[in-house]
Ligand binder design. Structure first.
Ligand code: SF4
Length: 151
């Protein structure tokens, strides 16, 4: 990935936003403007949850810093391991931007579900976002695509 001739900056993107069927229910949340994003960035799709759990899978939420499903299965270690590999990728390639799906326990940047599986949102960040912020990566959600295109 370290092609010196590459002029477009890297952009880490939640794979579900690109139209890939990686959500817990086997669906996606495809956004508009993907062509424009591809014109301006070298896109790196990521989906830690799919990589660890596949799909369809039980929805997961964060409760007391642990990643659990409704049956109280705990995936914290596996998800954190996957996130660590993404963080290494970001460091190795000096990634500065990310476009990530809001409300996800992994990718959410402003809101996540409260961990009780009752559809209640709280202010907070997903586990991946918390780590990306430590690298000072600029994070945008699906409602901020135009803002991202104007940087
Ligand atoms: Fe995967 Fe993130 Fe999309 Fe969830 S929000 S399906 S973890 S890419």
């Amino acid at each position: 990935m370290n092609d010196k001739k590459l002029l477009k900056p890297y952009l880490l993107v939640s794979s579900c936003l690109l139209g890939n069927n990686v959500r817990y229910d086997g669906k996606n949340c495809k956004i508009d403007y993907i062509n424009l994003l591809e014109n301006n960035f070298t896109i790196i799709p990521i989906c830690p949850e799919f990589d660890v759990l596949g799909c369809p899978r039980n929805p997961i939420e964060i409760n007391d810093n642990e990643v659990i499903d409704q049956n109280n299965n705990n995936y914290t270690i596996l998800i954190k391991k996957k996130i660590a590999s993404i963080i290494n990728l970001c460091k190795e390639n000096d990634i500065k931007y990310a476009l990530l799906k809001e409300k996800s326990p992994t990718c959410g940047s402003h809101f996540i579900y409260d961990g009780t599986f009752s559809h209640k949102l709280i202010k907070g960040s997903g586990l991946l976002v918390k780590e990306l912020k430590k690298l000072h990566i600029q994070i945008f959600n699906e409602d901020e695509v135009l803002k991202l295109l104007n940087i």
